[in-house]
Write a protein that binds this ligand. Sequence first.
Ligand SMILES: Nc1ncnc2c1ncn2[C@@H]1O[C@H](COP(=O)(O)OP(=O)(O)OP(=O)(O)O)[C@@H](O)[C@H]1O
Ligand SMILES: [Mg+2]
Length: 272
Amino acid sequence: MGALLEARGLVKYFAVKKGIRQMFQKGQQFVKAVDGVSFSLERAKVLVLAGESGSGKTTVARLVLRAEDPDEGSIIFDGEDITRYTGSQLKKFRTQVHMVYQDPYASLNPRMKIRDIVMEPLSIHDRTSSREQKEEKVLKALEEVRLPSDIAMRLPHMLSGGQRQRVALARALVMRPALIVADEPVSMLDVSVRGEILGLMHELRQKFGIAYIYITHDLSTARYVGDDLAVMNAGRIVEMGPIDRVLSSPAHPYTQALISAIPDPDSRLKSA
Ligand SMILES: Nc1ncnc2c1ncn2[C@@H]1O[C@H](COP(=O)(O)OP(=O)(O)OP(=O)(O)O)[C@@H](O)[C@H]1O
Ligand SMILES: [Mg+2]
């Protein structure tokens, strides 16, 4: 069986909005957000995408999820080229990949009960289950992310940040996804609950064979969750390989700089 996901030569440029100064310049300026990115991800594996702010990590995620269309390149998912999928094909693809966002306060609709938030993907995509079966699936997903069932009737503001990220994971889980793209999923959480959420993600991966693209600029946590590490700089992957290898003998100066930015690298890297 081939890779779950393959990105081939992805390119995405954004037009820069012109300010007063640029108005007098000729031609359109572009940001090369993603500039030739290729990688592959096996089932139930974790690819860490690291790199400083603005290096193109979120844009890669959005391309993979087909939230954004690439200018060049293609995305192969489960052996099929999904780059130009539309309509029902795209809809089906979206049952298999899910996103977990950085900000657990902004990513859940504040007016919806947790039950309805988790049920929403089922309401959109699951045409065969009855209302009761969907409720069953929601309760099961809440259990799988270790949230008490009485949370189902609450609103997001009644939950902690950590609980909200569990809800975001439950919302992905109801669809039994093959891939979850997690964009800085713990960076806004209290340090004390980060490990719990990462531990939960690891558990879900083993239990359900879910693969992850885990985006972070924090290499100290990457080691605990990742199989492979891809380091991005200015829209390109400058180094990629098994995470232990890349962290212990980084070949690219940019990777070295990222590693030296880890506070107390010795204790963090060795204690993994
Ligand atoms: N919709 C857009 N329109 C214009 N420019 C964009 C758009 N999205 C991203 N960019 C630009 O593309 C570049 C890459 O952005 P991206 O959000 O992918 O970086 P990132 O690595 O996720 O950064 P961060 O760590 O801050 O989240 C940046 O220069 C950004 O300003
Ligand atoms: Mg980002």
